[in-house]
Design a protein around this ligand. Structure first.
Ligand code: PBG
Length: 327
């Protein structure tokens, strides 16, 4: 039997050869660490369904961020867990709300050495757990919510956020936030839009992390996207860019590599992907049982997300993988 001239295995023979011809590289520069900070606690609280991740106190947050800075992780995204929730989610835009307090402290401590992002949403702060305001019938009122998103953006910008990241999937959110920021001279604050965010069962552990349960056993299918749809994601992304998004995100990641790849072919601004809590926790749980090699799977997941076309990845693995990449 004669082989064809071209034999692909030749370049797979040694680690150095494989490294040399690698099309995709995962670097610490690609990583963004999601961090939780909780109001009114004295010691960090482990999150059972996100092993290795905690709800931080303001102090433990500072320690974690100093380690991320030392590891060279370029960015973090903050989520707040308020001591009390209400109908309108007022902790989200209160200047003394937990995320605003944490942002001020981190800006003081770390200057510009790490990019400070703030998740911009109401769900962590509302008693009903929805991402927006409810109308009389209990539906999420898109346009009333936009006004509040503007307030949240201003509170986060005033507290020192470099980037605000609207995750509520309200139509017109990016434009409303851009207008609110520009009117108050925060033109330099960027917007990373959760542009194509699917209504996914993979956010379950995150909702434990922020103590959210949706009223009446509801869901977010009325505003987050249906996972049956791909073309619609491209329309979401195009709209967010036209409204002024500086970075667009696809979320979750692993089951949506087709979306990342299709978006990459169209989009020339930076693209992020969110490897979400459920994706992380599945890897951790299987690794704990000795069924898979957790580090190896994490590297494979994150590299695949880069290969699909994402420039940066929000991942609970950020700290550990940054250490792994350094060693
Ligand atoms: C909403 C928000 C969610 C996540 C990030 N921002 C939850 C949701 O939409 O239900 C999920 C992140 C994760 O699962 O890791 N503020």
């Amino acid at each position: 039997m004669t082989f064809p001239q071209r034999r692909l295995r030749r370049l797979r023979r040694t680690p150095a050869l494989r490294r040399m011809v690698a099309e995709t590289r995962l670097s610490v520069d690609d990583l963004i660490a999601p961090l939780f900070v909780r109001e009114g606690i004295d010691t960090p609280q482990p999150i059972a369904s996100i092993p290795g991740v905690v709800q931080h106190t303001l102090d433990s947050l500072r320690t974690e961020v100093s380690q991320l800075v030392a590891l060279g992780v370029p960015g973090l995204i903050l989520f707040g867990v308020p001591a009390a929730k209400d109908e309108r989610g007022s902790g989200a835009w209160d200047p003394d709300g937990i995320v605003q307090v944490a942002l001020r402290q981190l800006r003081d401590d770390f200057g510009d050495s790490i990019v400070l992002m703030a998740d911009l949403c109401l769900d962590e702060y509302t008693s009903h757990g929805h991402c927006g305001l409810l109308d009389d019938k209990g539906n999420v009122d898109n346009d009333a919510t936009l006004e509040l998103y503007g307030e949240v953006a201003l509170a986060q910008a005033e507290a020192g956020a470099d980037i605000v990241a609207p995750s509520g999937m309200m139509d017109g959110a990016v434009m409303a936030i851009r207008d609110a920021l520009d009117d108050e001279d925060f033109e330099q604050v960027s917007i990373m839009a959760y542009a194509a965010k699917y209504a996914s069962a993979l956010y379950g552990p995150f909702r434990d992390a922020v103590d959210v349960s949706i009223a009446g056993g509801g869901d977010r299918k009325g505003y987050q996207q249906d996972y049956a749809n791909a073309r619609e994601a491209l329309e979401e992304i195009r709209l967010d860019i036209s409204e002024g998004a500086d970075i667009v995100m696809v979320k979750p990641a692993m089951a949506y590599l087709d979306i990342i790849s299709r978006a990459r072919a169209e989009v020339d601004i930076p693209m992020a992907a969110y490897h979400v809590s459920g994706e992380y926790s599945m890897v951790k749980a299987a690794a704990e049982r000795g069924w898979i090699d957790g580090d190896a799977v994490a590297l494979e997941h994150l590299t695949a997300i880069r290969r699909a076309g994402a420039d940066m990845i929000l991942t609970y693995f950020a700290h550990d993988i940054a250490e792994l990449l350094q060693s």
